[in-house]
Structure formats: C-alpha cells, structure tokens
Design a protein around this ligand. Structure first.
Ligand code: UP5
Ligand code: MG
Length: 195
C-alpha cells in the first residue's frame, strides 16, 4: 500500500456546497480539509504578504491565482498536518492549476477521486448572495463577482472535471438537495473508494 498522503479533490461551482460537505466529511472520517480559497484568503490577510493585492484582485474578479502561489500554500498546509487523507477543496480549477499540481505534487500524493458537486447556476448565485447578505464578509459574494466566478467555472473548471472524467475518477453528486441528503451520496462515494 502507498504511504503517500491521499487526496480527494472537491470541485463544483461557487456555493455548490463544497465547504459544507467537507466539514461533514471531516467530522465523519477525520480527513483534513484544505480549501484553496480559504488558504488564499488567509495569505491575503497576512501583514506584509507580497501576494495580498494580487490575490484580492483575482478573488473579486472571479479569476484564478497563479498556481505557484496556490500550490505552495496547499503543500505547506499538507506538511503541517499528520492526516493521511486530504480534502483539497476548490482546486485544481484551471489548466494552469492542473499542470502545476502534476508537476509539483502528483508524485508526492495519491489521488483517490474527484468529488464534483453539480449545482445549477441559479442555486449557486442564490446561496452565495444569501451568504453575503448574512454577513459572510467575502468580497466576492455579490452579483458582479458571482457572474464572473460562474464564467470562470464554466470555461476553466469544467474542462478539468472532464479531464478527470476521462480517467473515470469523478463522482458527481447532485447538490440541490438538503445538506444531509447530499451527504448520504458523499459518504457512499468515499466508502466505495476505501473498500
Ligand atoms: N449551502 C450549502 N449547502 C447547501 C444546501 N444543500 N442547501 C442549501 N444551502 C446550502 O456553501 C455556500 C452557501 O450555501 C453557504 O451559505 C451554505 O450554508 C449554503 P459552501 O459550502 O460555502 O459552498 P462552496 O462550494 O464552498 O462555495 P464557495 O463560495 O466557497 O465556492 P468558490 O469555489 O466560489 O470559492 P473558493 O473559496 O473556493 O474560491 C474563491 C476564489 O478564490 C475563486 O473565485 C478564485 O478567485 C480564488 N481561488 C483561486 O484562485 N485558486 C484556487 O485554487 C481556489 C480559489
Ligand atoms: Mg468554499
């Protein structure tokens, strides 16, 4: 058996429920959850970070931060943890991300599968706007940023999901239902690869 850290990529449009379902997976299986977006927001907030402005620009415009920055943050966070399985949430989201991961991290990890939360655009927008109205503080929970995030998802991230579908590595979960109903499918997907 491989002793490399195991990885599950978690993908889906903005507000599809990636973070919500990852929290449930952490509670049930003890995986380590690494949201690439959270890592970038944390780096943006660090005093003196040389990447703060660049990250903020990409986040509000719904575009994607260069992989060298994101991949390094993920690698550092993985090194800090002793978990054997990592949920990498919101990454890889374009070809630059995928190429960077393949170059730097693929050999050091074992990809178990890609969990794809399939969510209609209207639901994505609705959830993120509600979260913004409830005081998320996220600079991209507004209609203007959301429209851009959706375009980026359709144009740049869907091809990555297609790439992994060709390798039979994608489990698609309909994420319009209740959190608990969705989680039943998520657990089944995880249990299936751990058999
Ligand atoms: N909610 C969740 N599930 C629900 C359900 N079943 N029914 C009803 N409501 C539900 O959920 C969103 C909201 O919906 C919450 O209020 C939740 O309660 C509710 P959440 O679980 O937070 O969804 P998630 O898919 O995690 O949404 P998020 O907004 O985080 O997704 P994004 O992919 O847009 O955001 P992320 O943080 O990953 O990235 C943000 C930006 O960072 C990107 O646009 C990009 O600019 C940058 N980025 C990079 O450049 N590179 C990266 O690798 C990653 C990010
Ligand atoms: Mg999230």
């Amino acid at each position: 058996m491989s002793s490399k850290p195991k990885v599950i990529f978690v993908l889906g449009g903005p507000g599809a429920g990636k973070g919500t379902q990852c929290t449930k997976l952490v509670d049930t299986y003890g995986f380590k959850h690494l949201s690439a977006g959270d890592l970038l927001r944390e780096e943006r907030g660090k005093a003196g970070s040389e990447f703060g402005e660049l990250i903020e620009h990409h986040i509000t415009n719904g575009t994607i931060v260069p992989v060298a920055i994101t991949c390094k943050l993920i690698e550092k966070a993985m090194q800090k943890s002793s978990a054997d399985t990592f949920l990498i949430d919101g990454f890889p989201r374009n070809k630059d991300n995928l190429d960077g991961w393949l170059q730097e991290m693929a050999d050091k990890t074992q990809l178990l599968f890609v969990l794809f939360f399939d969510c209609p655009i209207d639901t994505c927008i609705d959830r993120c706007l509600k979260r913004g109205a409830a005081g998320s503080g996220r600079t991209d929970d507004n209609l203007e940023s959301l429209r851009k995030r959706i375009v980026t998802f359709n144009e740049d991230t869907l091809p990555i999901i297609e790439h992994y579908k060709k390798q039979n590595l994608v489990v698609t979960v309909n994420s319009t239902r209740s959190e608990d109903e969705i989680f039943e499918d998520v657990k089944a997907a995880v249990d299936n690869v751990r058999k």
